[in-house]
Design a protein around this ligand. Structure first.
Ligand code: ATP
Ligand code: MG
Length: 631
């Protein structure tokens, strides 16, 4: 492990030298004069004085060498439409979109809210903003009107880009009534809404702000819009965190640092090479989509696959067939998606030729050991778990196979990534924990390039939320529990606000979940703590079974519940035993696949779950309610 250790050490001991070398991966129109400005902690400025542009690095720079290579392959299993764009074609489309936006008054520094499904135009819009120096704020397509309104008021966009509809699982979701309602609710008045008409639904926008994209695209068909050369520390985008634990935070990101960090990560973490094809099955509304559907693969000269649909339609083999058809080399998804695929017929995976695939990357939530073992076994290729946050924009913990292919350890996403001065610290004293001691995962100052620069419009919230002084230094908290072993491998043990206190024993709900998910009947599980007059809190478990029929009869249900409780007893002892195990058909999740424990706990305590902007399927709440009422 010496190669990795040396590499990491260098990045921490001499960050300016380390990142100066990495900065050559991108084009600088004007060179920077200072690599790192750490004079005003906890704020950081990278590549000060340098001028660059994300769109130039993603497209223009590749035209001479790979103009005829596919840049974007868009597959929709919802509409059955596949569209491909070479670098030259994507460049043209982005220029058209940029010209249209410019004609609508979008200028450098202004915000554009992108509320689109997974269609090529979403990529055009993001890159067009980058080209113009406008700040994009992508909001998951299909978000409720109230949440959209809140984001409109926070980002104050000059323009909203939307479509008539999205589609998911065969259901068409009309967007325009949501946009209309959001605009009526929002205090900030956006003058224009640019509409991409997919002809999936009648548009129902009020005529006063409707602007149809297609005729304008025709009008600007041959337009060329020059890139705005932005100072490295100007803003590229604002993206809201998932809101799993609280009110979403508007994460603000820079330009130059982000480009450099992504370009470096493609080599050191993803081992992606120009000409490869990468399929990131995520959503552009999430940070993984920003970084690894759009920016990183294009900056590094890859072909990126954009996918609209679910992993199980038309059947559970669709993603594996995509790998075969498009000769996908790198695939990136979430553990949630894998758990869905795990429930599918294994023959579906075996039927596809996966020889092009070199590795599968997973991020977003804990990768439970049974799922990790299953995919490792079924795929026979490296499965690379990586831990990060919207705030950081790229991985914090991973096996960095492009640095050194350290052996993975089940239950751990790997070792700290270069650039991150990671330390597990005691939540009370802030002192560093020893190997094997549980504490908060923290990052030292300065954060590496690519990380959030502040909370949009609220420096104070940035400082107050994330930073505190520990042992005399400014320290960034991830709000996740972790533990590091003697070799430096970190395991994530859940979020700091997911700890429950049962009769003075503290448990991470994650530990109880791990115990339950080791039982073969369990597909998914959520454990939350609910208030209890005697014990302070008691854990409640909600389980989705691999075979829903297994608990259909009341008798089977109580047998299975007893078996599951016995499993927890074996792992954690009886104090960790949930008060009840409820069997449910699905769990409430965000659109990015994260469990909404906050909502589950609220319902279990009979409280209103409040604002849940990102919920994937609201029916999950109804299911929980009726199960809880049923006793
Ligand atoms: P909010 O901050 O608004 O509550 P969120 O934390 O869910 O929302 P994200 O930034 O999308 O929003 O998620 C980052 C979090 O996801 C991490 O802090 C961690 O809890 C979890 N996570 C991400 N990747 C992994 C992973 N590989 N293993 C374990 N947990 C992960
Ligand atoms: Mg978070």
């Amino acid at each position: 492990m010496t190669r990795y250790r040396d590499f990491h050490r260098r990045s921490i001991d001499a960050p300016a030298e380390f990142w100066r070398a990495e900065a050559t991966r991108i084009h600088w129109e004007t060179p920077f004069h200072t690599v790192l400005d750490a004079s005003r902690p906890p704020f950081t400025r990278w590549f000060v004085g340098g001028r660059t542009n994300l769109c130039h690095n993603a497209l223009d720079r590749h035209l001479a060498t790979r103009g005829q290579q596919d840049a974007l392959v868009s597959v929709s299993t919802e509409t059955g439409i596949e569209r491909r764009f070479t670098y030259a074609e994507l460049y043209d489309e982005v220029n058209r979109m940029a010209a249209v936006m410019r004609s609508l008054g979008v200028a450098r520094g202004e915000r554009v809210l992108i509320y689109l499904p997974m269609i090529p135009e979403a990529v055009f819009a993001v890159l067009a903003c980058a080209r113009l120096g406008a700040i994009h704020s992508v909001v998951f397509g299909g978000f409720a009107a109230a949440s959209l309104a809140a984001r409109i008021d926070d980002a104050k966009p000059a323009l909203i880009v939307t479509a008539d509809a999205g589609a998911r699982g065969g259901k068409v979701i009309d967007y325009t009534p949501l946009v209309d309602e959001a605009l009526a609710r929002a205090e900030h008045k956006t003058a224009r809404v640019l509409l991409i008409d997919r002809q999936l639904a009648p548009e129902r926008l009020s005529a006063s702000y409707l602007v149809a994209y297609e005729p304008l695209r025709e009008q600007y068909f041959n337009a060329h819009v020059p890139c705005e050369w932005l100072e490295s520390n100007e803003s590229s985008y604002v993206l809201y965190t998932s809101g799993t634990t609280g009110r979403p935070k508007g994460v603000q990101r820079d330009v130059g640092g982000y480009a450099v960090a992504l370009a470096a990560s493609m080599e050191y973490i993803f081992e992606g090479r120009a000409g490869d094809t990468m399929f990131t099955a995520s959503d552009i509304g999430w940070v993984v989509g920003h970084s690894y559907i759009i920016y990183a693969p294009l900056i590094a000269g890859l072909t990126t696959v954009l996918y609209e649909g679910t992993p199980v339609r038309p059947d559970g083999g669709i993603w594996w067939r995509l790998v075969e058809q498009h000769k996908i080399n790198l695939m990136f998804t979430s553990p949630t998606a894998l758990r869905v695929l795990k429930k599918q017929d294994p023959a579906l995976m075996k039927a596809a030729d996966l020889s092009s695939l070199r590795a599968l990357f997973l991020a977003g939530e804990p990768l439970d050991e049974p799922t990790a073992a299953w995919i490792q076994d079924a795929l026979g290729k490296p499965v690379v778990d990586n831990y990060w946050q919207t705030e950081t924009g790229w991985p914090i913990i991973a096996i960095q196979r492009g640095v050194e292919a350290l052996p993975p350890k089940l239950g751990s996403p790997g070792v700290p990534v270069y650039g991150y001065n990671l330390a597990i610290r005691d939540a009370g004293s802030g002192e560093r924990c020893g190997p094997g001691e549980k504490g908060v995962v923290t990052l030292g100052y300065p954060l590496p390039p690519g990380c959030m620069t502040t909370v949009w419009g609220d420096d104070k919230r940035f400082v107050d939320t994330y930073w505190s002084e520990m042992a005399g230094e400014p320290v960034y908290s991830t709000f996740d529990w972790g533990i590091q072993d003697d070799d430096g491998y970190v395991s994530i043990l859940g979020r700091t606000d997911d700890v429950i206190n049962v009769a003075s024993h503290r448990f991470g709900t994650r530990e109880i979940e791990e115990a339950l998910s080791s039982h073969a009947a369990v597909a998914e599980v959520a454990v939350v703590g609910v208030a209890d007059a005697v014990k302070g809190q008691v854990p409640l478990a909600f389980v989705v079974l691999r075979d829903a029929q297994a608990a259909a009869a009341p008798d089977d249900r109580s047998k299975l519940e007893a078996a599951l409780l016995a499993t927890v007893d074996r792992y954690l002892g009886a104090v960790g035993r949930p008060a009840r195990v409820h069997f449910v058909a699905m769990l409430p999740k965000t659109r990015s696949g994260k469990l909404l424990r906050r909502a589950i706990a609220a319902l279990a305590e009979g409280r209103d779950p409040g604002d849940l902007p990102t919920i994937e399927d609201p029916a999950a709440l109804q299911i929980l309610r009726s199960v809880l009422e049923g006793g």
